[in-house]
Design a protein around this ligand. Structure first.
Ligand code: RP5
Length: 167
């Protein structure tokens, strides 16, 4: 694949099954991306460098997923002016509420666009990254419209099946 336009970073390999959802969307839309593991807490210097160097490598959007005291997205956002999308991991004793609060409650000045907890959030992070890139890419705008249209068709198809089953 060519140079990554989106950097997906997660705090641990245990986040990978969730963050794969974001990568899957980017692959579907043909957006070159890179998937990395780097922790805000366990490898802070490495994380800061990864974020600080991203724009210079051609990255346009960063997706950061982490669980528990999930500072990753905020730390990444502090090191770059690229848009950062945060994905809080579910699970754990607090069922992801800890990660949600840690990711969404950024102090004024350093925004993180925070998604829903878990796989739905990771999927939406991928779609939102595509939407941001689509601002300067007509091919992606067309693909996003087709994606929405397919979803609507699927809902209509499911409703038709339901009506048939109940008649
Ligand atoms: C966070 O701590 C990671 O993002 C992960 O969600 C959580 C637990 O990490 P592991 O103990 O599974 O490596 O930094």
């Amino acid at each position: 694949m060519s140079d990554p336009q989106v950097l997906i970073v997660m705090g641990s390999d245990s986040d990978l099954p969730v963050m794969e959802e974001a990568a899957r969307v980017l692959t579907e839309f043909g957006v070159p991306h890179e998937v990395r593991i780097s922790s805000a807490h366990r490898s802070p210097d490495r994380t800061a460098k990864l974020a600080a160097e991203a724009a210079g490598r051609g990255v346009r959007v960063v997706i950061a997923g982490a669980g528990m005291a999930a500072h990753l997205a905020g730390v990444v956002a502090a090191e770059t002016v690229l848009p950062v999308i945060g994905v809080p991991m579910g699970g754990g004793v607090l069922n992801g509420l800890d990660a949600l609060y840690s990711t969404v409650q950024m102090p004024g000045g350093i925004p993180v666009a925070t998604m829903a907890i878990g796989k739905a959030g990771a999927k939406n992070a991928g779609i939102l990254a595509v939407q941001i890139l689509a601002l300067g890419d007509e091919r992606l705008t067309t693909a996003l419209k087709a994606y929405r249209s397919k979803m609507a068709d699927e809902v209509a198809g499911k409703d038709l099946e339901l009506q048939k089953a109940r008649s």
